[in-house]
Design a protein around this ligand. Structure first.
Ligand SMILES: CSCCC(=O)/C(O)=C/O
Ligand SMILES: [Fe+2]
Length: 179
């Protein structure tokens, strides 16, 4: 079951450590950021969500050091996922094996990250336009299903003033401010 809390914002410690500030964050608060959590005991539950939301495609990513040519490529991939970014599409991820951290920006205290630690059975839906990042935990392994409406693609837009001005970002911010 997912564990959600405010990140301690401490740099200088490996980002795969837990960084738990001790402040919990509820699933209702998470929903106010537009992030939906579901526990799916089986892939049949995931299939239901995919059907409801009209997702026709998926792939599996298995992220651990052995799935890369060398340590440098592994570290480069982790650094890429950990860069604060948004997507123009919704991001749906379902944890099959291992563990990972999805950090999302808290709209009311924008300097804060809300850390979601996922484990097998956890499914997260991140809305388009939310700033977020991803990392492994210190076990260094996750196998996850990624759902796509159409062809599998991963297009991240890193945080910048240009990204702030995108319609998808503005739409997200105005939606969140309505709560
Ligand atoms: C565990 S899925 C890999 C990370 C990813 O797809 C993503 O978009 C992170 O933000
Ligand atoms: Fe992402």
């Amino acid at each position: 079951m997912v564990k959600v809390y405010v990140h301690d914002n401490k740099s200088g410690i490996d980002y795969r450590e837990s960084h738990n500030s001790g402040t919990e964050f509820s699933l209702d608060e998470l929903a106010k950021l537009g992030v939906i959590y579901k526990y799916c005991a089986t892939e049949a539950d995931v299939n239901e969500i995919a059907k409801e939301r009209q997702y026709r495609n998926r792939d599996v990513v298995d992220i651990h050091q052995g799935s890369f040519k060398n340590e440098a490529d592994f570290n480069e991939k982790l650094a890429m996922f950990y860069k604060e970014h948004l997507h123009e599409d919704e991001e749906i991820r379902y944890c099959l094996e291992g563990t990972g951290y999805f950090d999302v920006r808290d709209a009311s205290t924008p300097e804060n990250w809300v850390r979601c630690r996922v484990e097998p059975g956890d499914l997260l839906i991140l809305p388009p336009g939310i700033y977020h990042r991803f990392t492994l935990t210190s076990t260094n392994h996750i196998k996850a299903l990624r759902l796509f409406k159409d062809e599998p693609k991963w297009q991240a837009i890193n945080r910048s003033t240009q990204a702030d001005a995108l319609p998808v970002r503005k739409h997200y911010v105005s939606r969140i401010n309505q709560y």
